[in-house]
Write a protein that binds this ligand. Sequence first.
Ligand SMILES: Cc1cc2nc3c(=O)[nH]c(=O)nc-3n(C[C@H](O)[C@H](O)[C@H](O)COP(=O)(O)OP(=O)(O)OC[C@H]3O[C@@H](n4cnc5c(N)ncnc54)[C@H](O)[C@@H]3O)c2cc1C
Ligand SMILES: NC(=O)c1ccc[n+]([C@@H]2O[C@H](COP(=O)([O-])OP(=O)(O)OC[C@H]3O[C@@H](n4cnc5c(N)ncnc54)[C@H](O)[C@@H]3O)[C@@H](O)[C@H]2O)c1
Length: 458
Amino acid sequence: MEAADVIIIGSGQGGVPLAKDFAEEGRRVVLFERDALGGSCVNYGCTPSKAFLAAAHAVGRARHAKELGVHAHINVDFPAVMDRVRGVRDSFNQGTQKRLHDAGVRVVCAEASFVGDRTVTGGNITVQAPLVVINTGTSSKIPKIPGLAGTPYLTNRNFFDLKQLPPRLLVIGGGYIGLELGQGLARLGSETHLIVKGDRVLNHEEPDVSEVLAEALKRDNINIHFNVETKKVTYIDNVFTLTLDNGQELQAEAMLVVIGREPNTSALNVSASSVELDAKGFVKIDDQFRTTCNGVYAIGDVANQPAFTHVSWEDYRRLKAILSGENRTRADRVLGYAVYTEPQVGRVGMTIEDAKKKGINARCVTLPVSQIARAIEWGHDLGFYRMVVDNDNDKILGATLVGYETAELVHVFLSLMEAGATWQLLEQSVHIHPTYGEGLPSLARLLLGDNIPSCPNR
Ligand SMILES: Cc1cc2nc3c(=O)[nH]c(=O)nc-3n(C[C@H](O)[C@H](O)[C@H](O)COP(=O)(O)OP(=O)(O)OC[C@H]3O[C@@H](n4cnc5c(N)ncnc54)[C@H](O)[C@@H]3O)c2cc1C
Ligand SMILES: NC(=O)c1ccc[n+]([C@@H]2O[C@H](COP(=O)([O-])OP(=O)(O)OC[C@H]3O[C@@H](n4cnc5c(N)ncnc54)[C@H](O)[C@@H]3O)[C@@H](O)[C@H]2O)c1
């Protein structure tokens, strides 16, 4: 048995900086990682998917340029696209390795499991420490479709290893990953079918967000099959055949299965400790990241936090502050996120439905992007900006922005909400013409009762 000051399990987005900081302070830190350093974000998530979408959206924009009178001849060099994606991913992965090495973290390349309350084993070593942080993330949930097991289907784990563009693609799941990667491959040239269990894509979002996205996907020639389930899969002569419950059969050379995530806790053997899991297998934590076992904390996706990199990273900052004696919690932060389809979805805070459920006296206003001069000039007609405000104190409660690069624009709301601003502050702001940002004070002006947003030249 070895002794350390800190054990980190999993090199996710919070675990890596935590390990680095503690090691730089001179503490003995042991980090267990069973797969690639840097976790999902760096190796199978954000980094490769966004590098991939850079190519896909370049094609999409070139193709849609015909609406501007520009007719492009597009030649996709798919192996070069994917080489670049893997190059970006590898550089981030190597950066993670270097940061941990330079800080003096002892990295154990092995799966870790508990053998006692603060005692962890893996890769032929057993370590005990007063502080253990679990940052093991999630993995793809795989449906029990007859015939699926054993076929070379894709998940986010192996998608970025693709070498050739599949001529045809089936995507099971109409959530974040299905839409981002499905739209991406469609734009690069795969004939794409999206299989959606319910009656809309992105079903965690407001219904009109789903409508805009469905229209955008149709414009990319994606075939969306709503209200269907998959009954059977066969894979013969390098072709998948998917039988739907309405009897329809679809065929493709590639099939992407993206129906959600499940926590990486089964290998942890938490029953050897007092760490408790919830009914879905996530690690139970309190507002200060404490598990039910003294000295053991959990951060990021595995603790059932909103599954985003910036959340796991912010968990690290807050946990570090808590461990150094500050009275911080995870409960008081304004969280946003984005979906990197085209158009994008930028979200922060509450929707009007969320506000109503909480009993808040709230209202919302919505401005179609087609009312914004910049959108008209640039030929973008899909999307809308929406803001939710509290009627009692005028504070901004949330925003949904669907349109061009709204992942950037939504930060205006993140900052306003972090500052506790009222909508009148936004209404009085003078934004630059002609920009998409100009639509935000116009949106606020709708609360004054203006029917036509006061945007120059409109
Ligand atoms: C395709 C895709 C695209 C995404 N895009 C975005 C995006 O654009 N923006 C965004 O904010 N988020 C995005 N996400 C979500 C984001 O990747 C995750 O929320 C983020 O990685 C959370 O990380 P984490 O710190 O919880 O753990 P992870 O990054 O999942 O890391 C956990 C690590 O723990 C390791 N591990 C697990 N069990 C053990 C064990 N027993 N022993 C040792 N090691 C173990 C795993 O191998 C893994 O390396 C995306 C996810 C996917 C799948
Ligand atoms: N831009 C980003 O920040 C980004 C991008 C990708 C992923 N992520 C994170 O990763 C998480 C996982 O993404 P995801 O797309 O796997 O999950 P998701 O929860 O977004 O979507 C999964 C979809 O699959 C559907 N589904 C469930 N079971 C099904 C079945 N048997 N057949 C067909 N459809 C089924 C669900 O109804 C849902 O619409 C996201 O929730 C998000 O937190 C973030």
